[in-house]
Design a protein. Sequence first.
Length: 374
Amino acid sequence: MSSVMREKTTSLAAIGAVALLLAAPGPVRGEVRVQDIAYLQGQRTNKLMGYGLVVGLNGTGDGGKNQHTMRALMAMHRRFHQPALSTDELKNADNVAIVTVEVTIPEYGAREGQRLDVVVSSFAAKSLAGGQLLTTPLQFAMFDENDPGTQEILAFAGGRIDLVDKDVPTRGIVRGGCTLERDFFYSFILDGRITLVLDDAHASFQWAQLVARAINHELRNPAAQDYLNRNRHRRRVVDTVFAEAIGPKNVVVRIPQPELARPAGFISRVLQTEVFMTPRQAARVCINRVNHAITVTGAATISPTVVTLPGLGTLAIGTGADDKGKRKRPAGDVPFEEFLKTLNNLQLGPQQMVEVVEQLHRTGTLHAQLIYTE
């Protein structure tokens, strides 16, 4: 008989609103590569930003109402030697809107002349449908008046706006509307080394050590050893340590001297290295505060206890029963997913299930980290 026993008989109904997500078995050899769980330090996106004017709107702009728009429109008139003497002259310009203009530089950088998509968002316009973004200079989003480097014009954006979502007409994209005016190079190598940064889901001393071990094993195989582990006097270097875990999130990898001139191939091999061992998952129970979904990972268990469910009776957890239905001595800890399966068949609402889990955690009978997500 199940170690999770219901002492009072009730009708059973599947509770579809509560998601029971059970962790899959751990990955086998060859399923996890370094690049699947880590990235290079320096591998990052960057933002360019500016303020621009959209014209050609069908009466859905904010011109004539928004003073920021009027001042920007007057400044543009002055620049092209068509000055407006006052905002009253532009009060009927409801086909114009002031917008924020953003461009994302890819994580591996970009080259001068490369064209990127532009995201355009309005402040007060009703819709940007049919609009045209006038040529807009872009700078680094982190603007510093005391740093001339952040004030440099890095790109220009402009073109026809396409709405991404018709239900959100105040935000659109100009496909390929940004032209870069300079190169964006990111440095991945420092002092002949690269640093791997584990993502948050895998940041731990165990994962960092296993990644370092896998890289060292890969680079010490005979094929790699013949090419990599020779110094300038052509003498073999034995038991060289290439990778070292320096914390729960970082692994430093030294680039061999023969590879420094052309490091791309070496970095590619490191990123494609298979992590042939994986640590046991931490026991975690995650509760989504919005939809009350319950996710279980690792070996979460519950000690023998009795839970009272208002209107339904009690649940005896971790106890067996004889043929006559009488309770026997505790049978030991119960896998948490087994307990959830039983709860999922009872007439409990999502919030009730969450409350039961929280009660088990408060009493110390739930042996797992309890984590809340949004």
